[in-house]
Every structure is written in structure tokens, then in C-alpha cells.
Design a protein around this ligand. Structure first.
Ligand SMILES: Nc1ncnc2c1ncn2[C@@H]1O[C@H](COP(=O)(O)OP(=O)(O)OP(=O)(O)O)[C@@H](O)[C@H]1O
Ligand SMILES: [Mg+2]
Length: 377
């Protein structure tokens, strides 16, 4: 939908903010621009809605040169969210969100109705509608900013470090909310951040930019973590990219051990049969209670309070290998507990077995890369 072809921006003082940038920004997905301060992220974003005009190169929207589209038409098709939300301080929350519909001549009642609907969508309580921006927390203001950008239902959303001014907990909430909204609405989102974790979490595609406005790498988060293009990208990704990459491997293939799982009322024979160093005891519904060593568990007299905690279980099929590994690392026995969507135990898996799965997943990942390299000229 949005294609940048060798776009350069040179400001009047000679600063090259963006240098021959080519990007194919996919439809109905989140594309993240990430890179150090001053690398040209904001300039790139502003060239997409023509708040800044490129010096050289072409930007196409649905195949049409942006230069040929009237700026007003263009801006209406693109919502814009900035850091600190940039709200109108003298307008109520509801009127802030209704701004663009009002400008488009929707009429007061319909605009406000739309604004109220959007408050719900971004997780704002209706009771906040009559307040002014200064009467809201930073996180709430950001939600208003997102709602305002969505108000006229534009196909494109441009977001410039929208969540960087709030604390990590609020930030995680806003990120999850954005992913949920995106699942429902399927916008084409260009999202700027300097936080690589945010980029990897939100991006379908991630463009890593380097100082001087040059593109260092454009790839999916999984490919970025497995194959950084050069030392700059690798350094920017940080030290634990190997562990973070595990987020992209499913835990579904882990082989679960079931004979180390015993019900509270297990007979003596069951307690002796397994050979596992620890047994996971479950309640009558199959939910985990805790771990015990076989020699400490007496048939008919297992005391739930005497068991070791089972930690945080993972859900195979939903959770990643990273989540499974985390469960095993946090478990006092070194074994992770797998549960189904209802929280019933489906089996347990050792740290060692997870380690083996990680090794084969990495090997398979490398195999794919090798195959691609073979066909490429
Ligand atoms: N109006 C301007 N005139 C001259 N230089 C500018 C102008 N706007 C930005 N620049 C320069 O262009 C470069 C890119 O700026 P830009 O704002 O796009 O960076 P950024 O990646 O968004 O940085 P940050 O992460 O700090 O927001 C910087 O060197 C900046 O100083
Ligand atoms: Mg910026």
C-alpha cells in the first residue's frame, strides 16, 4: 500500500535526515521504524503524510504518487498519534476524539456518538468523557490520542513514539491494547520507536535505521533476531537475542511426560511406577497442586500443603518455547507444567527436553536460511 522508492530528505541547512530509503510497507500490518535518536524516523513518518516533503525519490500510496494527491485527502486517510498524545487542552476528552469527524462535517451528535464508541474501544471509561486532558493520567491521554486518530476510520495510522512517555507497566498495557485493536480493525500502521523490544513485540515487519537516515535492515522480528544483517543491528538488538528469538518458536512440539502426573488419591503402585525424580500432584479436576518426591508421597495421605510450588504453567500451542523455558527455569524442580486452556494438566517437561527442542528449532531455522542461500544466485 505504501511504497518508498529511494527517498531522501535533505533539510535546508544541509542535514541529510533520510538517505535513499526504500521500503515496502505491507497492508493491514504493523511496520515499525526503529533506530537511535536522530536517525530519521520522524522525518520518514512525516513524509508519508506530507508534513515534510522528500528532496528526492517517490512515495506511492496504492500505486499513486503522493505528490499527485491533495494534502487534505491524504491527511484524512491517515490518523497521526504522537508522544504525549498532543491533545487539545481546552477541549474535553469526547470533543478531542470527535475533532476529525467534526472537521469532516459529520455533525455534532454523530461525531460524539462515534467518539463515545471509540472510548470503549481503546479501554477508556465513559465517565472520563467530560474531563479535560490535564485531568487524565499519561496512559489515559495516550489512549485518547489513539482514539482521536481512529475517529474517522482512516486506513492508515502513523504513530510516532506514542507510548514512550509512560511507565513500563502502562506501556505494556497500551501495547497489548494496540495489538488487540489491530486484530479487530486491521489498519496499515507505521509505528516509530527507539525501543527494540517494543519493535519486536508490535512489528509484523521492522525497519532498523542507522544514523544518517540509512536503512540497516528490513525484516520480520524473527528474522531480525536470527539473522542480524551486520554488527550494528546485532548490537542494537542487545545481548539476549537468542533467548528472545525463542518467542517465535511454538511449544506445541514438546514431548510431554504424563506418567509423572498423579492425582491426589493415587494408589501406591502409581506413585512408585514413574521413575521420575518428582511427581506432579493434581486435584480431582486435573489442576496442578504441586510437586513431591515419590518417596515422600504416601498413597491416600498426600497433603497438598506439603508439596513444592509448581510455578507458572504454560499452554502448549498458545505459548512459545520461551514461555516453556521460563516455566522450567522458575520451577523448583526444573520441570515445566503444561496445562490446557482450562488449566488442567496435560503433562510435564524437563528443562533438558526443552533445551533439546531449542537446539533442533535453531538448527531448523538455520536449515531454512541455508536452503534460501542455495537457491539465491
Ligand atoms: N527542520 C529540520 N531542519 C534541520 N534538520 C532537521 C530538521 N528536523 C530534523 N532534523 C534533523 O534530521 C535528523 C533526523 O531527525 P528526526 O527527527 O527524523 O530523527 P528521529 O529518528 O525521529 O529522532 P528521535 O528518536 O530523537 O525522535 C536529525 O539529525 C535532526 O537534527
Ligand atoms: Mg523522532
Amino acid at each position: 500500500m505504501i511504497r518508498m522508492e529511494s527517498v531522501t530528505k535533505r533539510y535546508p541547512d544541509g542535514t541529510v535526515a533520510v538517505d535513499r530509503l526504500s521500503l515496502d510497507i505491507p497492508d493491514r500490518a504493523i511496520t515499525v521504524l526503529v533506530g537511535p535518536s536522530g536517525c530519521g524516523k520522524t522525518t520518514t513518518l512525516r513524509m508519508i503524510n506530507r508534513m515534510v516533503e522528500p528532496t528526492e525519490g517517490t512515495i506511492l500510496l496504492d500505486g499513486e504518487d503522493l505528490q499527485r494527491l491533495p494534502v487534505t485527502t491524504l491527511r484524512r486517510s491517515m490518523g497521526y498519534v504522537i508522544q504525549n498524545a498532543g491533545l487539545f487542552q481546552h477541549r474535553t476528552i469526547l470533543d478531542n476524539i470527535a475533532t476529525v469527524p467534526r472537521l469532516l462535517g459529520w455533525g455534532k451528535a454523530r461525531s460524539r456518538e462515534r467518539a463515545a464508541e471509540l472510548m470503549g474501544r481503546v479501554g477508556l471509561d465513559a465517565s472520563l468523557a467530560g474531563r479535560y486532558p490535564y485531568q487524565l493520567s499519561g496512559g489515559q491521554q495516550q489512549r485518547v490520542g489513539v482514539a482521536r486518530a481512529l475517529a474517522a476510520d482512516p486506513p492508515v495510522l502513523l504513530m510516532d513514539e506514542p507510548f514512550s512517555a509512560v511507565d513500563p507497566v502502562v506501556r505494556k498495557g497500551l501495547q497489548d491494547e494496540l495489538l488487540r485493536i489491530q486484530d479487530e480493525l486491521g489498519k496499515t500502521i507505521v509505528f516509530v520507536t527507539h525501543d527494540i523490544d517494543e519493535a519486536v513485540k508490535l512489528g509484523t515487519m521492522v525497519a532498523v535505521m542507522r544514523t544518517g537516515g540509512r536503512l540497516a535492515q528490513f525484516a520480520s522480528p524473527a528474522d531480525l533476531l536470527s539473522d542480524p544483517a551486520d554488527a550494528f543491528v546485532e548490537d542494537f538488538l542487545g545481548a539476549d537475542r537468542g533467548v528472545r528469538r525463542l518467542s517465535f518458536f511454538p511449544s506445541a512440539g514438546l514431548e510431554l511426560v504424563t506418567d509423572a502426573v498423579v492425582p491426589l488419591d493415587a494408589p501406591a503402585a502409581r506413585l512408585a511406577a514413574s521413575g521420575a525424580p518428582y511427581l506432579l500432584v493434581t486435584d480431582p479436576d486435573g489442576r496442578p497442586l504441586g510437586w513431591g518426591e515419590p518417596r515422600d508421597l504416601i498413597a491416600g495421605a498426600i497433603v497438598p500443603e506439603g508439596l513444592l510450588p509448581y510455578g507458572r504453567p504454560f499452554v502448549p500451542g498458545t505459548d512459545s518455547l520461551r514461555a516453556a523455558l521460563d516455566c522450567a527455569v522458575l520451577s523448583p524442580t526444573g520441570w515445566a507444567v503444561a496445562v490446557d486452556a482450562d488449566g488442567r494438566v496435560s503433562g510435564v517437561v524437563s528443562q533438558q527436553a526443552i533445551g533439546e527442542a531449542i537446539r533442533s528449532a535453531h538448527a531448523a531455522g538455520r536449515g531454512d536460511v541455508a536452503e534460501v542461500a542455495e537457491v539465491a544466485p
